[in-house]
Structure formats: C-alpha cells, structure tokens
Ligand binder design. Structure first.
Ligand code: PLP
Length: 486
C-alpha cells in the first residue's frame, strides 16, 4: 500500500507537469510558506480568532477586502464550499426559495438540503459546440424571477468551471430592482479584477456576495477561499454565524497565513501575475490558430484566460483520449476530460517551460490528426455520435430535496423506475449536471436518457447495482435509488 506522503514526494520529484489546480502549480517559489509545521498553531494569545476576529486576522481580511474592492471580506479555510453554504443559508430563510442554474456546484444543493429550500431553476443553456454550460443574461434571470415569483435570492456561477461568464452587471441590476441579493459563485474567478485584461470581478460588477476559491487560480493552499459581501441586502452577522457553523472551530493558521500571503502577493504583483497569465494564454492561442484537428476556443468564447479548453470535436479523439495522451506520453496532467475536450488550467505561476511543453505536445497531437483512432470518423454523419446533452425539460418535483434525501430508500431496476421518486442525485459528468435530484419524479424519457448515456459509457454517477429483491433475476442489474413508497 503506497504511503500518501511518499507518493506525494514521488510526484513532486517526477517530471509530471501540473495543468490543473491548485494555482501555485507545486512551484515552491510561489509562496514563502515553507516549513509549514513550524507555523502550525491554534488560537494562542496575539494570534486572533477567525470566528471573532479583532486583531491580526481582521487586519488581513481588511487588506483582502481592499484588494477586491469589497466592503467586507472573510477568510475561508473550508473552501468555497463553506462560503456557498453560509451565503445561501444567510440570504434565504428556511423553507424559502432560491433561483439558480441546474448545473450549480454540489455545495449549492447541499445548502438547499440543509435549509429545506425550494429551488427555482434558470433554463438550461448549453454551448452545444463544446458541450459545456453557457452563462446567463439579465433578461434570462428577470424572466425566470417573474415566472417563479418567490425567489429570495439568485445564485449564479460565473465563471463556470470551463471559463464561461454571465453578465453579472445586468443580473445584479435585475436582482436589485426586485430587492433581492445576487450571490455569485466565483470559485474559479479569484484572479478576476486583479489585473488589466482579465475579466472584472463580480464584486465590482455589483454582486452582493461573491465567493472565490483562492486555491484554484492563485498561489494559495488547497481549501483556501474568501467570501466578499457588499451592499445592504446582506446581513453580515448571519453570514458570520453560518460560517462559524460550517467551518472548523480550529481553523488552520497555515491556511489563513497562506491566504494572507496570497493577498499580499496579489497586492504587490497582481498586475504582473495577470500579465503573465495572459501572455501564456496568448502563446497557446496563437499556436492553436494553425491547428487542423484540435480547437481551442479564444477568450471571446471562454472569457476566463485561466481555462484552456482543448476541443477534439473535429478530430477522431475523445476528450478522455486526448487527456490520456497528454498524461501518458507527455507527462502533462490536465484538470479534467470531457466527452470531446480536455481542460487545462493555467495561472501566472506556470513556467514558460511548462507552457511550451503543452504547446509542443498539442502541436504533435494535432499533426497526428484523425489517425489516432481510425475506426471513428472525424465528422460523423450520425448525429448521435456527436455529444450533445439535451436536457431541456426538468423532471417534476414530488417532494422537497431535504424530505426525499432523508427518506427510506431502495434500489429499483432501471426498467421499473418510471413514476418513482428519486432518492439520490444522478449526475452526468461532464458537464456535471444533475439529471435528477432527490424528490423529483423519474419519467420514461429520463430512463431512456440514462440508458443511452450508460450504453455510450459516459460517466453517470448515482446508478447502482440491485443487491436484493424478491425476483432474484434482477440482482446485479443497474438500478436507481428511489424513495420507498409509504
Ligand atoms: C463552481 C464551483 N463552486 C464551488 C466549488 C467549491 O470550491 P472548494 O473546492 O474551494 O470548496 C467548486 C469546486 O470545484 C466549484 O467548481
């Protein structure tokens, strides 16, 4: 059994290059926080307390707020996850309603579960050319708010995992006209607003609460994040209360000092960091212009320069093959693979050598063209071969998420699920959309869709094998978790 520490050291000593989170890229020069154990303390005298800060930590948070132009910023040591949970809990009353996109991160659904919320959904919008989620306009949100009529807050993810942005300025105006707060999950946008040429931050664009994972795109340790609040629609005391519920009572000083150092680094060198990021992005973009088989959408489509989506849609490769080739043949570890793309994260702490390795690998892979998988045609006549998630109609809801998730459940063979209430999330990755959530009714189309995705070997999470049943013939068949009938 490999030891975690030894494996980590092996990885650090290998030539595997990280095109994925965290933003410090295992580059030891990225932070002065070496010898972390020497600084690992608890709330001793003189070191303040994250949950009731009035000294060192408060000062550090004020510096962060200044950097991001926020009225208040609070450090998070349990990732954006804790910020999303606290923001939603503070902005929406128990049993209340929130408007959000269906493809929101699981921390959003967990907040809805914990607070027994009703979720109104924005219509699903996809960039079908790449099989990823699209952003939203003010009009989209206004229409959905008018249709639902009850939402106490709006929750928007911008940028998305793949780097697509919503029109936060317009959406904030719509929310404020209706007197409700806009919460922006900007977990992937901690670098926004910190330099010229990168998109503006949601704080600046008028959002009431913005949550950033520092660890995703800035030089800061995993789990470090920050929540910013603005305006008078937010009850700061409530946010603090929920943060102290959802975060450890022993917050790590290593993580907090990593946040502080990261903020200092961005205060002093944020412009240069963003400049470097854009320079790397442009190097990749320029090279990609000459590619014949793989495509890399520009920042006109994916506004976040930290995301390089390498699309294999016009080649014979799947995203997973592209990802595997980059990993196995070129020792480049990407962030994730989609059906027809692989996703790399770049930051201002990448090295030019790393970027050149990526460019050279992509050039070679592109030159191989459609010879990679001769049995698949580059542009299939069969539409079904081309990936498109067509989820337009959401399932009907019979129970609240919180009721159904807590209820007694059983695994029912897929073919017998029609009309049953789902007891689990069933997610399709990518794009990471819940096909159904607990409390919704499984219909015939969903069963057909799930069967189709499984037949195509897509990553559908939440499908299990039937373990027992009166009819022994069904044991081992694929099944879904359903709420037990009363
Ligand atoms: C869109 C989005 N929101 C929130 C989170 C949670 O962030 P963290 O890992 O910092 O808790 C993630 C994590 O991947 C995410 O992708």
């Amino acid at each position: 059994m490999p030891e975690l520490y030894r494996e980590l050291i092996n990885l650090a000593d290998s030539d595997m290059y990280p095109f994925h989170m965290p933003g410090h890229k295992r580059n030891v020069q990225s932070t002065p926080l070496k010898g972390a154990f020497r600084c690992d303390i608890t709330e001793i005298d003189g070191f303040d307390n994250l949950h009731q800060e009035n000294g060192l930590i408060l000062e550090a948070e004020k510096r962060a707020a200044k950097l991001y132009n926020a009225e208040k910023s609070f450090f998070l040591v349990n990732g954006s996850t804790s910020g999303v949970l606290a923001a939603i809990s503070a902005c929406v009353k128990e049993n209340g309603t929130i408007l959000a996109a269906r493809g929101s991160h699981k921390s959003f659904y967990h907040a809805a579960y914990l607070r027994h919320l009703n979720i109104d959904y924005l219509p699903i919008k996809m960039l079908n050319e790449y099989g990823i989620f699209d952003g939203y306009s003010g009009y989209d949100v206004e229409r959905a708010l008018d249709e639902g009529g009850r939402a106490e807050a709006v929750f928007i993810t911008s940028p998305t995992y793949e780097g697509r942005c919503s029109n936060i300025e317009e959406i904030a105006k719509v929310c404020h006209r209706k007197g409700i707060p806009l919460i922006v999950d900007a977990a992937h946008g901690a670098h926004f607003g910190l330099g010229e040429g990168v998109p503006d931050s949601a704080v600046h664009l008028g959002a009431d609460v913005v949550i950033n994972s520092l660890h995703k795109t800035l030089p800061s340790m995993t789990q470090t994040a920050i929540i910013h609040i603005n305006g008078n629609l937010i009850d700061e005391k409530k946010i603090k209360r929920f943060l102290s519920i959802y975060q450890s009572s022993s917050p790590s000083y290593i993580l907090m000092s990593s946040i502080d150092l990261c903020i200092k680094e961005m205060e002093e060198k944020g412009e240069a960091y963003c400049e470097k990021l854009l320079q790397y992005r442009n190097m990749v973009g320029k090279e990609a212009e000459g590619f014949e088989n793989i495509r890399i959408p520009g920042t006109d489509i994916l506004q976040d320069p930290a995301k390089i989506l390498i699309s294999s849609r016009f080649s014979s490769m799947t995203g997973q093959q592209l990802y595997d080739i980059l990993r196995e043949e070129y020792h480049l570890q990407l962030e994730m693979a989609g059906e027809k793309y692989a996703l790399a994260i770049i930051t201002g702490w990448d090295t030019e050598d790393g970027i050149l390795r990526l460019i050279s690998a992509l050039r070679e892979i592109d030159a191989r063209g459609s010879s990679v998988l001769p049995e698949m045609s580059a542009e299939s006549d069969n539409e079904d071969e081309n990936f498109e998630v067509c989820i337009n109609e959401l399932p009907k809801r019979a129970l609240f998420l919180s009721e159904a998730w807590d209820d007694d459940k059983e695994i029912v063979p897929l073919s017998e699920c029609e009309g049953r209430i789902s007891g689990e999330f069933i997610n399709l990755y990518p794009p990471g959309i819940p096909l159904i959530i607990p409390g919704e009714v499984i219909d015939k189309k969903l069963i057909e869709d799930i069967s189709r995705y499984l037949a195509k070997d897509l990553n559908v999470q939440g499908v299990f094998q039937v373990k027992n049943g009166e009819n022994k013939g069904i044991i081992g068949k694929r099944g879904l978790v359903c709420v037990k009938p009363k």
